[in-house]
Design a protein around this ligand. Structure first.
Ligand SMILES: Cc1cc2nc3c(=O)[nH]c(=O)nc-3n(C[C@H](O)[C@H](O)[C@H](O)COP(=O)(O)OP(=O)(O)OC[C@H]3O[C@@H](n4cnc5c(N)ncnc54)[C@H](O)[C@@H]3O)c2cc1C
Ligand code: FES
Ligand code: FES
Length: 483
C-alpha cells in the first residue's frame, strides 16, 4: 500500500458520513481531533486546556463497532490524530441535546449537571459532560467509586468536585436515549465506510501517515520506511507534536489492526495483544489477574486508558512506566514480529537502557505473554505519587514472593523511578532467598535495598525520599503477605 496514497478518511459526525481529503482541505495528517473539531462552525464546545491529556477539557466520545454492537469511549481529543477516527463516530457536547425546531431537550447527563449545580464558568463543562456521557452509556448503576473513575481525568477550577460527582451519582439509567434509538442507522454508516476504504495512506505537508489493518502490511510499510514512528494509542507520541512541536514525518498507526487487540489464554499463560487498550485489558483481567487491575486503576485517566495500549507503554521504556515493574514481577515475555518472523524475549532483556529497548527497526511488539502463577506465589503492585489520579509515579514497585513453609523460595523486587530504567533490586533479592519471611529479615533487607539504588532528585521526589519509599514498600509487602 506504500506509494498508493488515498489521502482520505471517513467518519461519522452529526449522524452523517464526513469525508476529509487531507490535501484538498489543507490539513496535516497529524492534525489533532481537537483542532479539527474547533475549526468547524458547530463543534467549538470542545476546549483546549493543556493539550497533553491532563485536564479533560477536550473530552469527546468515540463510538465504534465491536462484535456488532456500538461501544462508547471517552477520549482526550488533544491526543488523537485525525486519521485515527477513520470508521468511527465522533460525539461532541453539541450532539447530546435533541432539537426539534426551536425546542431543545437536554440529554439526561446535561440535566443532571444543571440540577446538581455542577457548572460555573463552564470551561470544563463540555469535557465533564462528555465523561458523564461515557459513564451513562457504560454503567447501569454507578456508585461513587465508579463516578470518580470516570471523572478522574477532568479538572475543574471553580465549581468544586462535589456537585459534579453528585451529578454522576444521580444519573438515571440509560433506558434508550437518542443514541440508542439511532444505533441501527449508525451501524449502516459504519458498513458503508468499511466498503469504501480499508487501509489509509496519506501524504500531505511533508508527512506520511499509514493506517494498515493487517500486521503484514504494517511490517511491509515499516520495511519500506525504516525511520517511521509506529503509533498505537498515540498518547505518548502526540505530545512530541503538541508540546515539543516536532514534525512527525512518517507515522505507521497500528490502531486499526484488530489482530493486535486480541486476548487469549492457555492453561499456563495469558496472551495480551500489544494493541489492547489498557481499558480493554482491565475488562479481560479484572478477575483473572486482579493485581494488573490494581495497577490500571491508578494509571492515568479513563480517557487515556481508552486510547493507550500496553505495547505502547512497554515500547516507551519509560523509567517511570507503571506497567513495567509489574510485568517484571510477573516474569512476562514479549512476542516481537518482523517480516522475517517472530521471536520471544523476556521483558527484562527487552528494556536495555533509558528509553531504550531491544526492538529492531523492522519489528513491532505483537503480544505480551504473562505466565499464570502458582498458588504459593503472590504479586503486589504499589505506586507512590503526589496525587492518586492522573499522576506519574515517584516510585512504583512490582513485587513477587514465593513462600514455602514461611521460607522465601523466590522473590522479584522490581522498581520504577529508582534508576534510568525499571530495575530489580538484585542484591536484596539474593539476600532474601531461602531466609525466613520475618520482620527481622525484611528490616535487614531494607538496609541493602536503600543502598542498592542511586535514584535522582527531581520535581517529583528527592533521592533520599525515593530510597526510603522503596525500602518501606518491601515492608508493606511483608505485612500484606506474612502468614
Ligand atoms: C496525561 C497522561 C497520563 C499518563 N499517565 C501514565 C501513568 O500513570 N503511568 C504510565 O506508566 N504512563 C502514563 N502515561 C504514558 C502513556 O499513556 C503510556 O506510555 C501509554 O501506555 C503509551 O501507549 P500508546 O499506545 O498511547 O503509545 P504510543 O504513543 O502510540 O507509542 C508510544 C511508543 O511505543 C511505540 N509503540 C507503540 N505500539 C507499539 C508496538 N505494538 N510495537 C512496537 N512499538 C510500539 C511507539 O513507536 C512509541 O515509541 C501517561 C500519559 C499521559 C499523556
Ligand atoms: S486539552 Fe487537556 S486533556 Fe486535552
Ligand atoms: S466550571 Fe469553571 S472550570 Fe469547571
Amino acid at each position: 500500500m506504500t506509494g498508493d496514497y488515498n489521502n482520505t478518511i471517513q467518519f461519522i459526525l452529526d449522524n452523517k458520513i464526513i469525508t476529509v481529503d487531507f490535501n484538498k482541505e489543507r490539513l496535516k495528517p497529524t492534525t489533532t481531533l481537537l483542532n479539527y473539531l474547533r475549526s468547524l462552525p458547530n463543534h467549538k464546545g470542545v476546549k483546549e486546556g493543556c493539550a497533553e491529556g491532563d485536564c479533560g477539557a477536550c473530552t469527546v466520545v468515540l463510538a465504534e463497532q465491536q462484535n456488532g454492537k456500538i461501544i462508547y469511549k471517552a477520549v482526550n481529543s488533544c491526543l488523537v490524530f485525525l486519521p485515527m477516527i477513520h470508521g468511527k463516530q465522533v460525539i461532541t457536547v453539541e450532539n447530546l441535546a435533541e432539537r426539534d425546531g426551536k425546542e431543545v431537550e437536554l440529554h439526561p447527563v446535561q440535566v443532571a449537571l444543571i440540577e446538581s449545580d455542577g457548572t460555573q464558568c463552564g470551561f470544563c463543562t463540555p469535557g465533564v459532560v462528555m465523561s458523564l456521557f461515557g459513564l451513562y452509556k457504560n454503567s447501569k448503576n454507578p456508585d461513587r467509586a465508579e463516578v470518580e473513575e470516570y471523572l478522574g481525568g477532568n479538572l475543574c477550577r471553580c465549581t468544586g468536585y462535589q456537585p459534579i460527582l453528585n451529578a454522576g451519582i444521580s444519573l438515571p439509567k440509560d433506558e434508550g436515549d437518542l443514541f440508542t434509538e439511532n444505533e441501527e442507522h449508525i451501524l449502516e454508516l459504519y458498513k458503508e465506510i468499511r466498503g469504501n476504504y480499508k487501509n489509509i495512506s496519506i501524504e500531505a505537508f511533508n508527512q506520511k501517515y499509514f493506517q494498515p489493518t493487517e500486521v503484514d502490511d504494517a511490517l511491509q510499510i515499516l520495511e519500506d520506511n525504516p525511520d517511521a514512528i509506529v503509533i498505537s494509542g498515540s498518547t505518548d507520541i502526540a505530545l512530541k507534536q503538541t508540546k515539543k512541536f516536532e514534525l512527525l514525518e512518517t507515522l505507521i498507526d497500528l490502531s486499526a489492526i484488530d489482530s493486535l487487540k486480541k486476548f487469549s489464554e492457555t492453561d499456563s499463560e495469558f496472551i495480551l495483544g500489544a494493541g489492547m487498550t489498557l481499558e480493554s485489558i482491565k475488562t479481560e483481567l479484572h478477575s483473572k489477574l486482579p493485581v494488573f487491575n490494581e495497577m490500571l486503576k491508578i494509571f492515568a485517566s479513563k480517557q487515556i486508558r481508552n486510547l493507550a495500549t500496553l505495547g505502547g507503554n512497554i515500547a516507551s521504556a519509560s523509567p517511570i512506566s507503571d506497567t513495567l515493574p509489574l510485568l517484571f514481577a510477573l516474569n512476562a515475555k514479549l512476542r516481537l514480529v518482523a517480516k522475517a518472523g517472530e521471536r520471544e524475549i523476556t521483558i527484562q532483556n527487552f528494556i536495555t537502557g533509558y528509553r531504550k529497548t531491544d526492538l529492531g527497526k523492522n519489528e513491532i511488539i505483537k503480544a505480551i505473554i504473562i505466565p499464570k502463577q502458582k498458588q504459593n506465589v503472590t504479586t503486589k503492585f504499589y505506586k507512590v505519587s503526589k496525587r492518586k489520579d492522573v499522576d506519574i509515579s515517584s516510585v512504583s514497585a512490582g513485587l513477587t514472593i514465593e513462600l514455602q513453609n514461611g521460607i522465601i523460595k523466590n522473590i522479584i523486587l522490581a522498581f520504577g523511578g529508582m534508576a534510568e530504567t525499571t530495575r530489580r533490586a538484585e542484591k536484596t533479592e539474593e539476600f532474601l532467598i531461602n531466609k525466613n519471611w520475618t520482620e527481622d529479615s525484611v528490616e535487614k533487607a531494607m538496609v541493602i535495598l536503600r543502598e542498592e539504588f542511586t535514584p535522582i532528585t527531581d520535581a517529583r521526589a528527592g533521592e533520599e525520599y525515593r530510597r526510603n519509599v522503596a525500602a518501606n514498600l518491601l515492608m508493606k509487602l511483608y505485612f500484606e503477605t506474612k502468614i
